[in-house]
Ligand binder design. Structure first.
Ligand code: GTP
Length: 290
């Protein structure tokens, strides 16, 4: 009865902590309570029977990568505690040996299952969050990450900028060398972005031939310099390009810096207007928003 009440209290505390977004502490608490419940059972047999829920519980609540080591650790401690606290004669009983073997099997199967789950989760995340042609972030994921970073930047000292980068004369590439050539151009620009951007910069293909970058900790001048590097990388000819030497691939860009409490849509508009100015000035240029 006491054990059942403590388990109920543990579940309640866990739910409260999880709702309060302290999920890690909630997990540790629940695992500790269940492990305590298992160890303090009146006899080893009942304790071991309850122990069966520990590995699946940990793997359900913990991210699988950490759950892998955590489950083995908790299961080991649990077994040692059961052995030390209960009557040693219990060990002689064949059915308890059966319990221990079954527990080991449940632990192993749960752990293997967690590895599968990890691989599946990674694959699904890659499909859901990434643009299939470029591997860059999907627009809506980029937008929500950018909004979160903008909120943080509004409270802090660090500057924040966004840039919109658009391939020049993409329609001509598609019309003259086909859509596969257009796709090649998009991938070429993606490679240039990956080479020129810093690790902290967020990048997305927000539309057909249009990319957006968020520079955290860079003002308009610094962001423009990085975008200039992108322009330089794009201009390096690729021998595999379907247009050979008949075309020179270039991009234009508009940069806007967060000055006050602008929303994401305001910054987008400023960067987009700057991009239009860069196109009007003759393309292959970076323009600022002022
Ligand atoms: N190959 C390919 N083409 C695309 C894709 N998405 C959009 N496009 C094409 O990209 C072109 C975009 O053209 P615009 O940006 O409007 O114009 P542009 O020819 O690039 O001219 P400027 O932007 O003014 O330099 C259109 O022809 C679209 O059909 C894609 O995923 N693959």
């Amino acid at each position: 009865m006491t054990a059942a009440i403590s388990l109920a209290v543990a579940c309640f505390a866990n739910a409260a902590l999880t709702l309060g977004r302290n999920a890690r502490l909630a997990t540790h608490l629940l695992v500790a309570m269940v492990a305590g419940f298992v160890v303090l059972q009146v006899d080893m047999r009942t304790g071991m029977a309850w122990a069966f829920i520990v590995p699946p519980l940990i793997l359900f609540m913990h991210p699988p990568r950490r759950g892998f080591a955590y489950v083995v650790g908790v299961a080991g401690v649990l077994l040692i505690a059961c052995f030390s606290l209960h009557d040693a004669r219990d060990l002689q009983r064949a059915d308890n040996i059966d319990f221990i073997c079954s527990f080991a099997v449940v632990t192993t199967v749960s752990t293997l299952f967690s590895r599968d789950l990890l691989a599946t989760t990674a694959a699904v995340t890659a499909i859901a969050f990434r643009d299939p042609l470029t591997g860059l972030l999907q627009r809506d994921i980029f937008e929500s990450l950018a909004k979160a970073q903008m909120k943080r930047a509004a409270f802090g000292e660090a500057a924040l900028c966004v840039a919109i980068i658009d391939i020049d004369n993409m329609k001509r590439i598609n019309d003259e060398w086909g859509h596969a050539a257009g796709d090649f151009a998009i991938q070429h620009v993606t490679r240039a972005l990956t080479a020129a951007l810093r690790e902290a910069d967020l990048c997305s293909r927000i539309g057909g031939d249009e990319f957006m970058v968020l520079f955290n900790g860079a003002d308009a001048d610094q962001a423009s310099q990085i975008v200039e590097r992108v322009l330089h990388c794009v201009s390096i000819p690729d021998a595999r390009a379907p247009w050979h030497s008949e075309h020179r691939l270039t991009v234009s860009a508009g940069v806007a810096q967060l000055r006050g409490d602008e929303k994401f849509s305001d910054l987008y508009l400023l960067a987009d207007r700057a991009l239009i100015r860069a196109k009007r000035k003759g393309r292959n240029l970076v323009a600022g928003s002022n």
